[in-house]
Design a protein around this ligand. Structure first.
Ligand code: ADP
Length: 299
């Protein structure tokens, strides 16, 4: 599912058209095989296509030392409106300010003739969405491992006053060693004053924290990214993604249920990692790459 375009609930319904999507109907020409800025300071070879989102296409590139990166390409033509430019600059400003082992590292950005380029750390193992599609389910050990890394990244972002607002399987990338890398800061926001509440409705249907949708008077803040991903996040009475979960995994079910509560009653990140579901079993030190296709065997 594509993210909702941000809508300011205090403003009248905007009449401007949504940001242009680079879909198949309007696929822009590929960026040049040799990517460079006007002064030739940044030089990369485009070696492969990694994926596309609502706003950008992402390619694998190599620098002059053969080091591999991801390169996010936004066409200048999609940046004609002030709104589109402001959105991209906000994404760059927030993403480049972050440095954490579980966040996709922002390397640099520059302009070429027809595009704006952002070089990023390469996440060679795709996203958690790709992995879950192949595997259908993860073991509890893997789920704990991914959750601990995600919570570490959230804790760091909150310390930097950043809320991501679009945490979902498709934005949780994996590096070559199967470590989580939070990516796509296109909807992220900076909480500039303590107690500030954001009132923009944004996120991706199915993953939105309930207060982002329903509590337009009080808005949302850090607790929004403590809300567990759930197919049912948009229901007034949340229920668990799979009916069998409470029977087979009662502790996991209780953690998910409590994390879907009202923001004030929701457990803090620290309370989440201290929950019995994390402490009842081992958290693996690493996930082997064999986990791409089959449950890992640590024995
Ligand atoms: P948008 O901001 O347009 O939604 P994303 O940042 O979500 O774009 O990227 C679109 C796709 O590109 C992702 O779904 C993924 O397949 C790929 N991608 C993005 N960043 C990386 C990265 N750092 N490493 C590998 N692939 C990436």
């Amino acid at each position: 599912r594509a993210p909702l375009a941000p809508t300011d609930t205090n403003a009248p319904v905007p009449h401007s058209p949504p940001l242009p999507r680079q879909n198949s109907k309007t696929t822009p020409p590929s960026p040049p095989k040799f990517i460079s800025d006007k002064l030739g300071k940044h030089q990369f070879h485009r070696v492969g296509f990694l994926g596309e989102g609502g706003f950008a296409r992402v390619y694998e590139v190599k620098d002059t030392n053969n080091k591999r990166f991801a390169c996010k390409v936004v066409t200048m033509t999609s940046l004609k409106t002030k709104k589109a430019k402001t959105k991209l600059y906000a994404e760059i400003k927030i993403h480049r300010s972050l440095a954490h082992p579980n966040i996709v590292q922002f390397i640099d950005c520059f302009e070429g003739d027809d595009n704006v380029y952002m070089t990023l750390e390469l996440c060679a193992s795709g996203s958690l969405m790709d992995l879950l599609r192949r595997r259908k389910r993860f073991t509890e050990g893997e789920a704990r491992f991914f959750m601990i890394q995600l919570i570490g990244a959230c804790h760091y972002m909150h310390g930097q006053s950043v809320i991501h607002r679009d945490l979902k399987l498709g934005n949780l990338f994996l590096d070559a060693h199967m470590n989580i890398k939070v990516g796509d800061f296109g909807l992220a926001a900076l909480i500039e004053t303590s107690g500030e509440r954001k009132k923009t409705i944004c996120g991706t249907p199915n993953y939105i924290a309930p207060e982002v949708l329903f509590d337009t008077a009080n808005g949302h803040s850090f607790e929004t990214s403590r809300q567990f991903i759930s197919e049912s996040a948009t229901m007034t009475t949340p229920f668990l993604p799979r009916p069998l979960l409470p029977l087979r995994f009662p502790l996991a079910a209780s953690l998910v249920t409590s994390s879907l509560k009202d923001p004030q009653q929701r457990p803090t990140l620290l309370a989440i990692v201290n929950h019995e579901w994390f402490t009842m079993g081992p958290v693996p030190a690493y996930i082997p790459t064999s986990a791409h296709d089959a449950p890992p065997d640590w024995s």
